[in-house]
Design a protein around this ligand. Structure first.
Ligand SMILES: [Zn+2]
Length: 351
């Protein structure tokens, strides 16, 4: 199957089909996103490794080098101007965005971005930034890996959920399953975050270990401080956007909370960094039409993780993005974010 896919991909490129689609869609804007980007050398001495898959700097360099042959890197600010028809389109424009505000985006990845003259936008959740408080998915990831027993059971909405801690692989599967379940089980963001806080605390008390004890030295999940963000913005051409105050799922909050998450995060970024904060990114891709209306009052655009290219006329409160692709085969990287792939998806009804 893999061989057929590779042959199909080669043919697509050799016959010029990719190039035709790339040319036809040259005025559309591609936006990519990544989260934590680790430098493998720096994490070699680390006492743990997150279960969630991470990007690394080696892959990042290869991907950007590959993309640089087909795209022109632009900032999100320039992309907004193009989408609002304030300036002329730039052919095959591509924007890099970074979610959550991890310090390694600055310490490990910035040097690679500057090699390609990329001005990325980093989206921060201000309460986490301010206090270097790990996100629940990182805190729980670390906590689960400290469990010595083969299983750990928790009650989730009156149902038992069993984490299989017998091996790294099985825990990885359990944790992925758990994160999916969390998404569907809660209709209130606050209740969800309280439950997860309780669960992490319970495990931490049981094992006597917590991510908060090591986060200051951690290269995977430590968050950038205001000072580091200011440096990135002033010296490394980063743009700073909002990702709410608490990494809240906005489709699952009341109106007052929604307003606070949107306004407070914008206000704090502008106050601490002395820059305008006009761009927003929905945590966990959680939004609904009521969310969009209010986001529009504070921001010029809002980014989702729905996959597509963006064009003049696209809903600015629902801009589309692709996960930063990684592969050893450059053709696969190009195909993953291409207009051609989107065409195949639409025609085959697969999304
Ligand atoms: Zn996020």
């Amino acid at each position: 199957m893999d061989l057929i896919k590779t042959l199909f991909l080669k043919a697509t490129f050799n016959l010029g089909i990719y190039s035709i689609f790339h040319y036809i869609n040259r005025h559309k804007i591609t936006i990519l996103y990544a989260h934590s980007i680790i430098d493998i050398e720096r994490t070699k001495s680390s006492c743990w490794q997150p279960l969630r898959t991470q990007h690394n700097t080696k892959e990042l360099y290869f991907t950007l080098k590959t993309l640089s042959k087909q795209y022109q890197f632009i900032s999100l600010t320039t992309a907004i101007k193009i989408l609002k028809k304030e300036i002329k389109p730039i052919d095959n424009a591509l924007v890099i965005t970074l979610d959550d505000g991890y310090l390694n985006n600055i310490e490990a990845a910035a040097v690679i971005f500057s090699r390609f003259n990329i001005h990325p936008t980093i989206f921060v959740s201000t309460d986490h930034t301010e206090n270097n408080v790990p996100f629940w998915f990182d805190r729980l990831d670390y906590a689960l890996q400290q469990i010595k027993e083969n299983i750990f059971t928790t009650e989730l909405r009156q149902e038992k959920f069993i984490f299989d801690c017998s091996s790294r692989d099985s825990l990885k599967k359990s944790y992925a399953l758990f994160r999916n379940k969390i998404k569907s089980d809660f209709d209130c963001d606050k209740r969800m975050r309280n439950y997860l806080k309780q669960l992490s605390t319970e495990i931490e008390l049981h094992t006597g270990k917590a991510l908060s004890q090591i986060i200051e030295q951690d290269n995977y999940v430590k968050l950038a401080s205001w000072q580091q963000l200011k440096y990135a913005q002033q010296q490394l051409n980063f743009e700073i956007g909002s990702h709410t105050v608490n990494h809240a799922r906005l489709a699952l909050v009341d109106k007052k909370t929604l307003d606070n998450e949107l306004f407070e995060s914008k206000y704090r970024i502008e106050d601490k960094l002395n820059v305008a904060c006009d761009t927003f990114c929905y945590p966990d891709n959680s939004y609904k039409s009521a969310t969009e209306k209010l986001v529009k009052e504070y921001y010029q655009c809002a980014l989702t993780t729905d996959t597509q290219l963006n064009k003049v006329g696209s809903n600015m409160m629902r801009l589309k993005r692709f996960n930063l692709p990684t592969d050893q085969n450059p053709l696969k990287i190009l195909f993953k974010v291409s207009a051609l792939r989107q065409f195949y998806k639409i025609t085959s009804g697969d999304d």
